[in-house]
Design a protein around this ligand. Structure first.
Ligand code: SAM
Length: 237
């Protein structure tokens, strides 16, 4: 079924779509009265719903049946990543959403060349919604404000903290949380110039593990996606 993002709870039994979502339903998908769609609220709830009223840029729907089961993600994964140039960041956001990353934090490191403060957070969050509609995810990936690496280092309390580095240990020797699917993991990916020696030393001193992603040097977005896939695969049921 076509999926639409509806963060607001129903009022008097009716869900309301406005703006982009209403236009998508009416003009792009050309749906109308009595058509059935799937609604999700971005926090894990989803339901089938029937269109009960349409206005110019407004659609009302009523839930049909019980809530739909959520697809659980393998673990809670934060991808803390330097920002690749231009469109490549949008692409990373889309693919990280599809793969099941829980939270993405753009980081500012010593050698960062793309200043993530210029990144348009709202545009990126819209990209997360579009990817979630397409991939069947009911819980949106959180996109945090850009954070200096030193601040992130102090604030992360996850079970497993990984820094991707070409000299890191191979996947077979990556640490793994004992909490199974309740695991929380942060994976950090550096800028095109890499993490500095000081940043690597600080991470190790704070209990992070330095992990490798194979013999070749990957671009930021490739490293982020390959790293995320490797972590998530460790916790798949
Ligand atoms: N010359 C840089 C260095 O030595 O780190 C290359 C940086 S690479 C283009 C950007 C980021 O992707 C790195 O900081 C690292 O986090 C990650 N990365 C790229 N290739 C990797 C690999 N083979 N293993 C682990 N991490 C990798």
């Amino acid at each position: 079924a076509d999926r639409f993002y509806c963060p607001d709870p129903p009022v008097s039994g009716h869900f309301t779509l406005e703006g982009d979502e209403a236009r998508h339903l009416l003009r792009v998908r050309r749906l109308g009265l009595r058509d059935q769609v799937e609604l999700f609220d971005g926090r894990g709830y989803a339901t089938c719903a029937e269109v009960t009223a349409v206005g110019r840029d407004r659609v009302e729907l009523t839930a049909v049946g019980t809530a739909l089961a959520d697809r659980p993600l393998p673990c809670r994964l934060t991808l803390a990543t330097a920002v690749p140039k231009g469109e490549r960041f949008d692409w990373l956001i889309e693919k990280a959403t599809e793969l099941g990353v829980t939270r993405l934090v753009p980081i500012i490191t010593e050698r960062s060349v793309v200043d993530p403060r210029d990144a348009k957070l709202e545009r990126l969050r819209r990209r997360v919604v579009e990817a979630s509609k397409q991939c069947g995810r009911n819980r949106l990936m959180e996109v945090e404000r850009p954070t200096p690496w030193s601040t992130l280092l102090k604030s992360v309390e996850d079970d497993v903290r990984l820094m991707a580095h070409p000299n890191g240990s191979p996947r077979g020797r990556w640490p793994r949380s004992r909490n199974g699917q309740g695991a929380s993991v942060t994976l950090a990916v550096g800028p095109e110039g890499g993490f500095s020696d000081v940043e690597v030393d600080e991470a190790q001193a704070s209990g992070w593990s330095i992990v490798g992603l194979g013999p070749t040097i990957l671009r930021i977005e490739t490293a982020g996606l390959v790293g995320a896939t490797s972590v998530l695969a460790q916790y798949e049921g």
